[in-house]
Write a protein that binds this ligand. Structure first.
Ligand SMILES: [Zn+2]
Length: 201
């Protein structure tokens, strides 16, 4: 009887503890919080993957498809900057070469209007699509910018030290929850502008 009560109390307190941990770690677990980004480093065989997910707000200051020229310029600038992996993070060792990268700013980049201006046969279809998109332009939906880099390395196991530079370029960015996983180790670290390096250990 006593044991049952104790067990029940323990289970209840564990549940409460878990709930508050979940709240505190919302950003760490990938929830959308402005100023908080996620960086994942994964190594597999000779490949090194970096994946960076950041609220659009923290990069360009809004999360809808750019409408003004000024907004469009910010999106294009961010896209260009992030197309250079060295702007996100650098690592010295490993003799790695970038073999693939994806910079997904589609959440904040409007569809190419030039397609309509050239007047193709299916112009009406384009127009209809544009009207449909316009309805969602200022919806309150949050959005992310997603970046992924894939490197091929001669000595992937030598890659241990990372310096993250992206805080310099996006001043709204406050924290990056960083996780890494290799065939030998895994870990995590919260990065800030003042503590923007991590070691795989
Ligand atoms: Zn948001």
């Amino acid at each position: 009887m006593i044991r049952n009560t104790l067990t029940k109390a323990l289970v209840t307190s564990l549940a409460v503890a878990t709930t508050s941990i979940n709240t505190v770690n919302a950003a760490e677990q990938g929830a959308h919080v402005h100023g908080y980004a996620q960086l994942t480093v994964a190594m597999e065989n000779t490949e090194l993957h970096l994946e960076f997910s950041v609220p659009s707000e923290s990069v360009v200051g809004f999360e809808y498809k750019a409408t003004s020229e000024a907004e469009l310029i910010r999106v294009k600038a961010a896209q260009k900057l992030l197309s250079n992996p060295d702007k996100l993070a650098t690592f010295a060792e490993g003799n790695c070469q970038l073999i693939n990268s994806e910079i997904d700013v589609s959440a904040v980049l409007p569809e190419d209007k030039h397609a309509d201006e050239h007047g193709h046969n299916n112009h009406n279809n384009h127009k209809h699509e544009d009207e449909h998109h316009n309805e969602n332009k200022h919806s309150s939906t949050h959005s992310e910018i997603l970046v992924s880099y894939q490197f091929k390395c001669q000595n992937v196991s030598e890659v241990t030290n990372f310096d993250v530079h992206v805080f310099k370029y996006f001043e709204r960015l406050q924290q990056i929850q960083t996780r890494w996983i290799t065939d030998r180790k895994q870990g995590a670290k919260t990065l800030t502008a003042n503590e923007a390096s991590f070691q795989l250990k």
